[in-house]
Structures are given as C-alpha cells and as structure tokens.
Write a protein that binds this ligand. Structure first.
Ligand code: PMP
Length: 356
C-alpha cells in the first residue's frame, strides 16, 4: 500500500527555481549581481559566535531588533510588522491564514509563479486574471472577478515577470471596490528598482486599510537572497494571524543579523540600485533596437513575451552560456534578470544571434 497523499497535490508542480549552470552567467532569479557587503559578512560572522545568541541557541522568534529597524525604515508601527523566511513564506502564510478548500485566491497572470502553488497547497482555488495586451495587471478585470468566495488577492507591483507597475490612482480605485473582508496583498518585492512616478504607496495603504498587507523582501535589492528574509506590513490582526501559521524560528539568527546590517548599509546599496536601473534602461533599449517586444520594466529584470518560442530562446541563450528564465506556455515568455554590465552584454549578444 502506498502512502496516501492529498489529492490537491496531484496536479501541483513543485516550485521550479531559476537554474544555475557551472561556468554560465545566471540571469534567471532576479538576484543582485554585486558581492556581499563587508559589513554584512562581518555581522554574520559575529552573530555566529555571539555569547548569548550564537548559533547554539535558537534565534529570536519575533526578530525584535529587526522589526524595530523595519519600523524605522517603513514608518509603520512595530505592531504592524512581521518577518518571514523570505516573502514567499509570507505568501504561503497569507493563504493559510485566509483561505481553505472552496475559497478563491485571485491574482493577475502572469504573475509570481508561487501564487498558484501556495494557493493549491491549502486546497483553495487559484483564479488567474489575464494581464492586458500591454502586459499590465488588469485591475478593473480583477475587481470584476471578485466573488463571494474570494478571500485573498495578490497585486504584484512591479509585476514579476512582466516588470510593469500599477498606477496609484488605479490601485486606490481598485481597493475601494474590494469588500472589507477580502485581504489584498501588495507584493513590492522589487520596489527599490521602481522609478515610475505614479506608483502606489503600498506602505501607506497597508497602515491605513485593515484589509491591505504589503510584502517586501531583502532578497532582491538588499542582496540577501541566500539568507531568506522577507517582511509584511499589515494591520495587527493580520500580523497576529501570520504569526500563528508561521513555522517557529523560521528566520535564523545569521539572517536576522545580516538583515540588520544590510538595512544599515542603504547608503552603500543605493548606488547599486541606480546601476541596475541604468543597466535595465540600456538592455531595454538594445533589445528594442534588435526588434524585440519588451514592456517597460520597473524591476531588476526585463520580459520578452516570446510565447511559443520561449523555450527555444532559453536553450539558445544557454548555448551562449547565459541562463535565463523561460515560462513556456500560452501566456509565456522569457524573463531576464539585469546583471553586471558584462553579463548583460553577453545576454544581448545571445539575443542578437537568436534566429528570427
Ligand atoms: N514576490 C515576488 C514578486 C517575487 O518575485 C519573489 C521572488 N522571486 C518573492 C516574492 C519571494 O522572494 P523571497 O522569498 O526571496 O523573499
């Protein structure tokens, strides 16, 4: 007899991360292509051997010092902040806290690959609302798709993988249409790269509306993808629920120490973010010059909506020793992270050589 696994998992794919190939340039996971800051490396080393909180001890479950620093950064009260093992864990916790079998979780499509997975894990139903022809989230259609079964909505801005943002006025009009019992998550994983002047203020919405939560991560702009640090800003009632469904001690001591150091190093990080934005602008222009369709991106990646040719493009790029992320289906395309200038050059050379 075989072990009985929940049938909800039968059609569920495991999350497929961007691949690393030895000797190849990895532009597949939207990481920051800069070395670890010395202050961050030092903080990790110090934390490992700290007298009372070294790694022989369990970490601070509430990450109190980090929460204090995040309150200072965001301007949100500490009671509105909760950390998680990457913001993807918080995505899963949000679904667990709000939805069960028969309930609906709504998001644009394409958007972050983990949304349907964390939804299906709980047995809830994923409702995907297609993006517009311009690859933007269709907030009007999303509002129309709300049903009595809707419990949670993900708004990803800038949107992974299309790079587009929603406008502040459109988001406010959308939020005004959402029933108060439905939780709206504004996923701002790439906010530090967003230079649009009409982007929403997710933190202001999360601190003023009890049914809005804003998610942030230190994996992208702060360069801590390997340490798994994310946080949510939300009403205290939502924060309490997120803590209940959290895995105990999910944020380890070294990650907490590194996150504190990284938050303290914003002055050193900001020029890196500016370089990413400048390189993104360059890559975008070069791809347009080559004749590719590329939506304007406000994140640290660009999107090539190559549809049925996506897998072929990724394989071609890999032959040129550049690993990109292909989403090979009807709404598919290729997402390319912005790397160091020489890495972007290698990608552009591959794109130029792709037979079209
Ligand atoms: N949200 C979005 C939109 C993302 O693209 C990602 C990472 N790909 C995450 C959340 C999760 O990031 P992490 O778990 O590393 O914080």
């Amino acid at each position: 007899m075989t072990v009985r696994i929940r049938s909800a998992l039968d059609t569920l794919p495991a999350y497929a991360p961007g691949r690393s190939v030895p000797g190849a340039i990895k532009l597949a996971s939207n990481e920051l292509a800069f070395p670890t800051l010395p202050a961050v490396a030092q903080a990790i080393a110090d934390a490992a051997v700290h007298e009372s909180s070294g790694i022989n001890r369990y970490p601070d479950n509430g990450a109190a010092r980090l929460v204090t620093a995040l309150a200072a950064l965001t301007g949100a009260p500490e009671s509105h902040i909760v950390t998680g093992c990457g913001s993807v864990a918080l995505c899963q916790q949000l679904v667990q806290a709000t939805a069960e079998a028969g309930d609906e979780v709504l998001f644009g499509w394409r958007s972050f690959e983990a949304y349907p997975i964390v939804t299906q894990i709980t047995g809830a139903t994923a409702v995907r609302v297609p993006v517009t022809a311009g690859h933007e989230l269709d907030l009007a259609a999303m509002a129309d798709a709300i049903t009595p079964a809707t419990r949670l909505i993900f708004i990803c801005t800038p949107n992974n993988p299309t790079g587009t943002t929603v406008r502040a006025a459109d988001l406010i009009a959308f939020l005004d249409r959402v029933p108060e019992h439905v939780l709206v998550t504004i996923d701002e994983a790439y906010t530090e790269f967003d230079d649009a002047d009409d982007s929403p203020d997710g933190l202001a919405e999360a601190t003023s509306r009890p049914n809005v939560v804003t998610l942030r991560t230190l994996s992208k702009a702060y360069g801590l993808a390997g340490l798994r640090v994310g946080y949510a800003v939300a009403d205290p009632a939502v924060v309490t629920a997120l803590r209940k469904v959290a895995i105990p001690f999910a944020l380890n001591s070294l990650a907490q120490a590194a996150a504190l150091a990284a938050l303290g190093a914003r002055a050193e990080l900001a020029p890196r973010w500016q370089q990413v934005v400048a390189e993104r602008t360059r890559v975008h222009a070069a791809l347009r010059e080559l004749g590719y369709e590329v939506p304007v991106s406000r994140a640290n990646f660009v999107w090539l909506p190559l549809r049925e040719r996506s897998a072929e493009f990724a394989a071609h790029s890999e032959q040129h020793k550049v690993i990109v992320r292909a989403f090979a289906d009807a709404s598919g395309g290729v997402r390319v992270s912005i790397g160091a200038p020489h890495e972007n050059d290698a990608f552009l050379a591959a794109a130029a050589a792709f037979p079209r």
